[in-house]
Design a protein around this ligand. Structure first.
Ligand code: AMP
Ligand code: MG
Length: 438
């Protein structure tokens, strides 16, 4: 970890003032310690949303054999020349070929084989007459609309000529053996996973999703839906942060509220270490009497060699107190407890960590310039993040500055950034806006 470049010292001879980190310094410090997770082989559905870490080459052709694209009759084209409703080609049906058939009848002159969609084209056949171009073997000479009639030894009347290759999906017409079908870096969505399955790959090498353990601290917290006693509130942060971690691409495990008891918190953290690539806590990082995250993390088993979490103050509003370090080799970000502070801290610091671990090229949320039609005020020396709604180059603040205002947060789709050196902005000023939904 590097030291902050901006610090103040020795005010009024009362000893060093607490060092303040800028948002950018803190972010750079955090990101300097994490990188993409090592690639692993995952089963296809476990790899959904992950980034490929290999160029995938098809081992065989796709389709792997010539097959019919229609339910109908496999025929020799010469046998159907000149056929029409009045003078149909009358062919002997020599077999019935279902999808998946291994043994195929040979179609000789004057013969046809009943064939289903996806079934292999039999030797001798050059095209498929869809059932609607035949009488379906009914002997009526009238166009059929289904494949109800059987089969070998019987006759079918073909009512029009069939061109060479008609209704045949050729071997390799989709993908040829040896072709690169997906390149490293591709994000695996439904169609890509389907393609991998189609070429016979059951597992692929990908950058895995980071496993993020989210826990909230606070003796006042109860689970949503449970009865609330005096002084208690529902734990909302663990839901916001777990959902935000998933949204960023992680596998997130929500650990419910942990009471403000350093030994309980330590035990929970040690228990969770085994399944975490990243730990995110909320609450307990400021200067209150029961801010136990600091206490717990400073005393965690193994002492210094086990890890170290640095608690610092940022030139930022909301979200001034932040903790960051490692325990048991696992990176940990300790976010402040106020719900808006926790969420904004997640967006600014945790999301980039998750995106970096994923190997994603877009580590940061997009920032756009926008016009703010109302006047804004901001504390000196702090970068302020106000909640807003953005559309068509214009941003409107939503709710006030209070970092407990979850109602307004839920209406926001962006953060309005007021720089450290700006204390007021006139109406219709241009501001930076962090888009949260892009
Ligand atoms: P703390 O950072 O622990 O001092 O908490 C600051 C404020 O955020 C307090 O009002 C807490 O009650 C509130 N708070 C802390 N954790 C949560 C949580 N998980 N859900 C909702 N509010 C919380
Ligand atoms: Mg607390």
């Amino acid at each position: 970890m590097t030291g902050p470049t901006q610090s103040s010292c020795c005010e009024d001879g009362a000893g060093p003032a607490p060092r303040l980190w800028t948002v950018d310094e803190h972010l750079a410090d955090v990101l300097a310690t994490v990188g993409p997770l090592p690639a692993i082989e995952l089963q296809l559905l476990d790899a959904q949303g992950c980034r490929l870490d290999e160029d995938v080459v098809a081992a065989g052709d796709l389709p792997p054999f010539d097959n019919s694209s229609m339910d109908g009759y496999a025929v020799r084209t010469a046998d159907t020349q000149g056929a029409d409703g009045q003078y149909p080609s009358v062919l002997t049906v020599v077999g019935d070929i279902a999808a998946g058939a291994g043994e195929l009848p040979k179609v000789g002159p004057g013969q046809a084989a009943r064939i289903m969609t996806g079934a292999p084209v039999p030797p001798g056949a050059e095209a498929v007459a869809p059932v609607e171009w035949t009488d379906g073997g009914t002997g009526s000479g009238l166009a059929a609309d289904s494949m109800t009639a059987p089969v070998a030894g019987e006759e079918v009347r073909v009512l029009r000529p069939v061109a060479e290759g008609a209704h045949i999906r050729r071997r390799g017409s989709d993908i040829t053996a040896g072709a690169e079908v997906l390149e490293a870096g591709t994000v695996l969505g439904p169609a890509q996973l389907g393609l991998l399955a189609a070429i016979g790959r059951g597992a692929v090498k990908v950058r895995p999703r980071p496993r993020v353990v989210v826990l909230s601290t606070g003796s006042e917290l109860v689970q949503p839906g449970e009865p609330i006693g005096p002084g208690q509130i529902s734990d909302s942060n663990s839901f916001t942060l777990t959902a935000a971690a998933r949204d960023a691409g992680a596998i997130a495990y929500r650990v419910g509220g942990v009471p403000d008891d350093a030994s309980v918190l330590r035990a929970v953290l040690e228990d969770q270490l085994g399944r975490a690539d990243l730990i995110v806590t909320s609450g307990g990082v400021s200067v209150g009497a029961y801010d136990v995250v600091k206490e717990a993390l400073q005393q965690i088993e193994g002492g210094e060699s086990y890890g170290g979490v640095d608690f610092r103050r940022l030139r930022m509003q909301p979200g001034k107190p932040q903790g960051f370090g490692r325990i048991g080799g696992v990176p940990l970000l300790a976010l402040p407890g106020n719900p808006v502070s926790a969420y904004i801290s997640f967006e600014l610091f945790v999301r980039p960590v998750i995106r970096t671990m994923l190997g994603a090229p877009d580590v940061h949320r997009p920032v756009v310039r926008a016009l703010c039609p109302v006047e804004l005020r901001s504390p000196a020396g702090r970068r302020q993040f106000l909640r807003g709604r953005y559309a068509d180059g214009v941003v409107h603040p939503v709710g006030g500055e209070g970092s407990h205002l979850v109602g307004a947060l839920a209406k926001a789709d962006c953060l309005i950034v007021v720089p450290e050196d700006v204390t007021s902005l006139a109406a219709d000023s241009a501001v930076d806006v962090v888009l949260l939904t892009a």
